[in-house]
Design a protein around this ligand. Structure first.
Ligand code: HEC
Length: 151
């Protein structure tokens, strides 16, 4: 078969570009991972306020106890993901949410960005994350949990 180099060269170039794009996608850290995130935090966290916000939004899927509602939300009390990420990373994670195709996906369900409350500010999310920490403190097993290696 006679191969026309005018066609083959762009095809090879396209193949290389697609390969690079795939690799770039693979090494890119997941949301809430090692990416430097800009957060607009103007005051210290308020866990009590966070509890109220959590109960009126996140609790629909995660339950007021944070144990997770069946087929709706993950357990946040025993979560190594929560235990293994610092506050800033968790805020960034909640801001973005998670899609079912995320490598960290637990339930193959959507975790909506900001729990579906678009008006939540970074300060609001910081309060909510402070409330998540109180769940963890009450669970002695997590005191022993090694920081997760998840990104
Ligand atoms: C509509 C349901 C829903 C709402 C509302 C919701 N979540 Fe989620 N969340 C999920 C689901 C489902 C997952 C698990 C996604 C997966 O990995 O499959 C999840 C995962 C998470 C995780 C990661 C847990 C882990 O161990 O990986 C955190 C943290 C989290 N949610 C926090 C929140 C916070 C904070 C709020 C409120 C601002 C919230 N979620 C609101 C459904 C929800």
């Amino acid at each position: 078969m006679k191969v026309n180099p005018k066609i083959v060269a762009p095809l090879i170039a396209f193949g290389i570009a697609a390969g690079i794009a795939t690799i770039a996608k693979t090494v890119r850290p997941a949301a809430g991972g090692e990416v430097a995130v800009e957060l607009n935090l103007t005051r210290p966290a308020n866990a009590e306020r966070g509890a109220k916000l959590f109960d009126t939004s996140c609790a629909t899927c995660h339950g007021t106890s944070g144990r997770g509602m069946p087929h709706q939300g993950a357990n946040l009390r025993d979560s190594r993901f929560v235990a293994g990420h610092d506050d800033r990373k968790l805020i960034a994670f909640v801001r973005t949410g998670r899609t079912p195709d995320d490598p960290n996906s637990l339930m193959k369900l959507y975790m909506p960005a900001k729990g579906g409350v678009a008006s939540f500010s970074d300060n609001d999310l910081q309060d909510i994350v402070a409330h998540l920490r109180t769940f963890q403190k009450s669970d002695p097993r997590l005191a022993m949990a090694k920081p997760a290696t998840v990104q």
